[in-house]
Design a protein around this ligand. Structure first.
Ligand code: SF4
Length: 434
């Protein structure tokens, strides 16, 4: 079925540094993509950068018994503290030295924004070298989700994204990624994230799951935290779900992102002891990275930010599509499902008149169904626009039609809530405003 008459097609146009305009940012006539971190300096090594064995080696080098590494890890990953005064099980005369060696300060809070009802908090952090990154903490009915950054800026240059406009400054270290979660846990423990345990609903008014974990809930794979999995009675509340949907392309910083993921899933006190399925890694389609992730045997939830099923538009919206085409990215996502057994998510930012045409929903459904049934879930998300951007979210009726076409074709589809509209919720907006 096609639309009659067809709606207009708006295409991305960006202004290049030399004053010319093009569909996507270009340099020397080629799409501008930056896979390498230009700034190589990394922060001092932190406990969260090390495996437990490495921590033991360091404490022994300091002339202390190996079990001190476990105690330090418990303070960090269980009690979420780096305060030497709280570490009463460590020798008093060595505490300051241990804290200095294992817990160099990584994130300084620069700014915090809360939604009116207080269930969403956006943080702006300054890193040791002055680089700025963001994270967003969101309370939902059954979980607390933190959206983390993995790079300072991003080299993928998607023209509709505030972070993409900043370019890539450097990769974040594993510990800088982990520390975002620890700091969020401290904020939750201090009671600063409002408890609005009302119903969440999607844009169409249906009860909805949210960022990164629809697949789990719909597959019934894991009980919700409200039923005791994470934040049940008698347990201190903490972040239950992590999504790599903040600043940066996580698969372009593969090694350090995986270091952080290991810290998230390792049982306490080596790490936070979270379930892998509660961690979502989202990519714009770096195919070799997706295949590597599939082989890791850490079955995180995988999300492909597709945003367009046709290469004509996707080449312009997601410059990395000029390297790996939409079909290659979908094949890699399907391979992830086949290797891990984990159903994957397709993220699709609905942008008015750009990619929200009903025929695109049908083309997407056709491409997904061609690989099989039951392996994928589509999450259309009305765009959270960048200030000053010419693009805006699709009309609700258009979004509803987009969803209907996918559902009619048998593709599980849930339109997602966009949190934090009143606090510059789209990633990169706070950092860009500094
Ligand atoms: S959408 Fe994602 S990959 Fe694209 S520029 Fe923004 S942060 Fe980078």
């Amino acid at each position: 079925m096609t639309e009659n008459p067809p709606r207009r097609q708006v295409r991305p146009v960006v202004e290049n540094p030399d004053g010319t305009t093009s569909r996507t940012p270009i340099r020397d006539g080629r799409p501008l993509l930056n896979f390498r971190s230009p700034r190589v300096t990394q922060p001092p090594q932190h406990l969260a950068d090390m495996t437990m064995d490495e921590r033991i080696t360091v404490v022994k080098e300091m002339g202390l018994p190996g079990f001190r590494a476990k105690q330090l890890s418990t303070h960090y990953f269980v009690h979420h503290t780096t305060d030497p005064e709280a570490m009463t099980d460590l020798p008093k005369d060595r505490r300051a030295e241990l804290v200095e060696r294992f817990f160099p300060p990584l994130l300084t809070e620069v700014h915090r924004l809360r939604t009116k009802n207080g269930d969403t908090i956006k943080f702006l952090w300054r890193l040791f070298d002055g680089a700025l990154v963001e994270s967003v903490l969101m309370r939902y009915r059954n979980r607390i989700t933190l959206c983390v950054s993995s790079q300072c800026g991003c080299g993928m240059n998607c023209p509709f994204c505030a972070t993409g406009q900043q370019g890539l400054t450097r990769n974040m270290s594993s510990a800088e990624i982990v520390e975002q979660v620890i700091r969020a846990n401290q904020v939750i423990a201090a009671g600063e994230l409002a408890d609005t345990s009302g119903e969440d609903s999607d844009m169409l008014g249906n009860p909805a799951a949210a960022v990164g974990s629809e697949a789990d809930e719909e597959q019934g794979r894991e009980p919700t935290c409200a039923s005791g999995a994470e934040n049940g009675p008698g347990r201190a509340e903490r972040v239950t779900n992590i999504v790599f949907m903040g600043m940066g392309e996580p698969l372009a910083n593969y090694k350090r992102v995986m270091g952080a993921v290991r810290r998230f899933v390792e049982p306490a006190p080596a790490g936070l002891g979270m379930g892998a399925r509660r961690i979502t890694i989202s990519t714009v389609g770096l195919v070799p990275g997706i295949n590597k992730l599939a082989a890791e045997e850490i079955p995180v939830t995988f999300a492909l930010s597709l945003h367009a099923p046709d290469d004509g538009l996707r080449d312009e919206m997601i410059p990395v599509n000029t390297r790996w085409k939409a079909d290659e990215a979908i094949d890699a996502a399907y391979n992830y499902y086949r290797t891990t057994g984990r159903r994957v998510s397709i993220e699709y930012a609905l942008i008015k008149d750009m990619n929200d045409h009903a025929w695109r929903a049908e083309l997407l459904a056709k491409k997904l169904n061609a690989r099989g049934r039951g392996w994928v879930h589509v999450n259309p998300i009305p765009l959270n626009p960048t200030p000053g951007s010419v693009w805006t979210a699709s009309e609700p009726a258009v979004a509803a039609e987009f969803v209907r076409r996918l559902q009619d074709a048998g593709v599980p589809t849930t339109i997602r809530d966009t949190r934090g509209k009143d606090i510059d919720g789209a990633c990169g907006q706070l950092a860009a405003a500094q």
